[in-house]
Ligand binder design. Structure first.
Ligand SMILES: [Zn+2]
Ligand SMILES: [Zn+2]
Length: 321
């Protein structure tokens, strides 16, 4: 099975995204890059070098539905005529571009984000949506955990690895324990658990970090020899990365707990202390990170949380009470 990485530029801070062309029957593209002129040109060049035609693509598989990974899915599907798009059912909000606006707003209010900041986040999000076409229900098929994507000479097993987003998936070639992991595994940075509604009950918050820790352990149980991430170089020593991530998460958790005063603070307050002076879109990622760590600390009984009359959650440091 020929897996060919194609590096595609993005306008995002994270830099280029890695797409993976499986040049085998049926020709399959895993992740597409954002909907920009630069991205489609880089993709076309990658296909040319691999001597594969975009019109021969039969499957477009998405590790998750962030714009840098899914942006071109619809236009490539149209160009390739019979191609089908596959994405996990839990990527609902991102996939259709409606991002469950009310649910999202409710999560931000609960996290203590001020109204003007929520409006600014919404405007930025609307801008980002221009970098991806929405996929309606009839335009994709659901990826099912533990199913196989079959090829003429082998298969990729679908492993649902929620955390970064609820519907993030990885793909494992069992013959040599190679994994394509999207943003679940990034060599140089610990991926952000992005604030999302729970896909089962959107009035609740998705427990991103707890789920992410399970996903990391699940990948570890596969003893991967090579992990292709969504950005940056491939990971050859997953064990080292796993331990490094765990240390970084524990270290961040300690930091977050220290920032929770006994008189109480919202996730927004904690995010401001954790990342002072962050601008624009990073404020959403900052509050996502704070919420994820506060949720994990709360689930481990290290801090208390209560919902105030104003709809905001207030965290209290129990050790200081
Ligand atoms: Zn992502
Ligand atoms: Zn990404």
């Amino acid at each position: 099975m020929r897996v060919i990485p194609i590096v595609v530029p993005t306008p995002f801070y994270i830099g280029p995204v890695n797409c993976y062309l499986v040049a085998e029957d049926p020709v399959t593209l895993i992740d597409t890059g954002p909907k920009t002129k630069e991205a489609i040109e880089a993709l076309r060049e990658g296909f040319r070098r691999a001597r594969v035609h975009i019109r021969d693509v039969r499957r477009i598989v998405l590790t998750h539905a962030h714009e840098d990974h899914c942006g071109l899915a619809k236009s490539l599907r149209d160009e390739a005529k019979d191609a089908e798009v596959l994405v996990h059912g839990w990527e609902t909000g991102h996939r259709v571009g409606r991002l469950q606006h009310d649910e999202h707003r409710a999560l931000l209010v609960r996290a203590g984000v001020p109204a003007d900041e929520i409006s600014a986040m919404r405007r930025m999000y609307e801008g980002m949506r221009q970098l991806a076409d929405a996929l309606e229900d009839h335009e994709h098929r659901e990826l099912i955990d533990d199913s196989e994507l079959e090829f003429a000479t082998g298969a990729l097993r679908v492993v649902h690895t929620p955390g970064h987003t609820p519907g993030s998936c990885s793909f494992v070639r069992e013959a040599d324990r190679t994994v394509i992991a999207g943003d679940c595994v990034l060599k140089r940075i610990t991926p952000n658990p992005v604030l999302s509604p729970d896909p089962i009950d959107p009035s609740k918050r998705f427990r991103s970090l707890a789920e992410y820790l399970v996903s990391l352990a699940r990948l570890r149980s596969l003893a991967p020899t090579l992990v292709y991430g969504g950005h940056g170089e491939a990971v050859t020593d997953y064990e080292e990365l796993f331990n490094r991530y765990l240390r970084a998460i524990r270290e961040r958790q300690r930091e977050v707990i220290k920032l929770v005063p006994k008189e109480g603070a919202t996730a927004w307050d904690v995010a401001g202390e954790l990342f002072p002076g962050v601008g624009d879109m990073h404020r959403f990622l900052a509050v996502s990170e704070a919420v994820a760590h506060l949720d994990l600390a709360h689930s481990e009984d290290k801090i208390a949380v209560e919902l105030g009359g104003d709809g905001r959650e207030v965290y209290r440091n129990m050790s200081a009470v």
